[in-house]
Design a protein around this ligand. Structure first.
Ligand code: F6P
Length: 317
């Protein structure tokens, strides 16, 4: 390998991973170029050279220094073909893609359909990459959301109100479940589980009779809109509700130690396995061990067992 490129999505820990990729590659005398604006930049050949110095001072910053995009063009063949042409014209021998489901699906296409040597680094706040215990960015997102929730709780208890807090997660309840459990919330609504809202309303009313007046309900955006849940509860119970939509604050922020360490380890390992000739896999870390997982597996919809979360939330609230 003489020259590799790195392409990213944004979430906390991605910059730590870029830094690790660049500095590891430099120890093998491999040149690294950064692809600007995700797959759009790959199609358009928007690159910047990255050396050891250009990645200093980024280990503690959120987002991605390379900027990103949700490229519509890369979904279609002409966009993919143009990207491969750019890769060849720029003598890129390998690509490291740091991102979630969409980005890793793109990486899988490049590897299988166009024979581009590609290694993925799972990075998404949703933590919905199959067979990956923890993706980059998920720990920071949970901590950011938890911090916001703690502040909302101050008002919820002071005013004895019902709060609905909408968190991110379009098809996966990871953030919602972890925030609910770690934040001591009464109820959580996620795409993976059907919950009868009439029963929730009944519980609220019964609790209310016994003097329990403040409730915090977490809802994952992919399950329902916080405002719709609030309207439903108010209509059924006649009790006042308030809504907080946490939105993109969850994707930003300074990476936690866990995300920085993961970024450092996965970035380093991604270069090593790419150099050894592996392709169409993502790097992975569990039980203090680094290993790889085929992209074809990683991009399958992730199934998480939500029953333990629900069991514990019920016991603890
Ligand atoms: O996949 C990460 C994520 O933050 C999801 O939780 C969320 O649904 C989505 O991205 C939002 O996408 P965008 O930033 O393009 O609005």
């Amino acid at each position: 390998l003489e020259k590799i490129a790195v392409l990213t999505r944004d979430c906390a820990g991605v910059n730590a991973a870029i830094r690790s990729v660049v500095r590891t590659a430099s120890t093998f005398d491999i040149d690294v170029i950064g692809v600007l604006k995700g797959y759009d930049g790959l199609i358009d050949g928007e690159f910047i050279p990255l050396d050891r110095r250009s990645v200093s001072g980024i280990i503690n910053s959120g987002g991605t220094i390379l900027k990103t995009s949700r490229s519509q063009r890369f979904y279609k063949e002409p966009g993919q073909e143009q990207a491969v042409k750019t890769i060849n014209e720029n003598n890129i021998d390998g690509l490291i893609v740091i991102g979630g489901n969409g980005s890793l699906t793109g990486a899988h296409v490049l590897a299988t359909k166009y024979n581009v040597p590609v290694i993925g680094i799972p990075a998404t706040i949703d933590n919905d990459v199959t067979d990956v215990e923890l993706t980059l960015g998920a720990d920071t997102a949970v901590n950011v959301a938890l911090d916001a929730l703690d502040k909302i709780r101050d008002t919820a208890t002071s005013l004895e109100r019902i709060f609905i807090v909408e968190v991110m997660g379009h098809s996966c309840g990871y953030i919602a479940l972890n925030v609910a459990l770690a934040g001591g919330c009464e109820e959580v609504l996620v795409p993976e589980k059907d919950i009868d809202l009439d029963v929730v309303c009944k519980e609220i009313q019964e609790g209310n009779k016994k003097g329990k007046v403040s409730w915090i309900i977490i809802v994952a955006e992919g399950k329902a809109r916080g405002h719709d849940i609030a309207d439903f509860i108010t209509n059924k119970t006649n009790l006042e509700t308030r809504v907080a939509v946490l939105g993109h604050i969850q994707r930003g922020g300074r990476p936690t130690a866990i995300d920085r360490l993961l970024g450092a380890r996965l970035g380093n390992y991604a270069v090593e396995v790419l150099k050894d000739g592996l392709t169409d896999h993502c790097v992975n870390f569990k039980d203090d061990k680094l290993f790889t997982t085929p992209l074809s597996v990683a991009i399958q919809p992730k199934k998480i067992d939500v029953s333990n979360y629900y069991r514990l939330i019920k016991i603890l609230t």
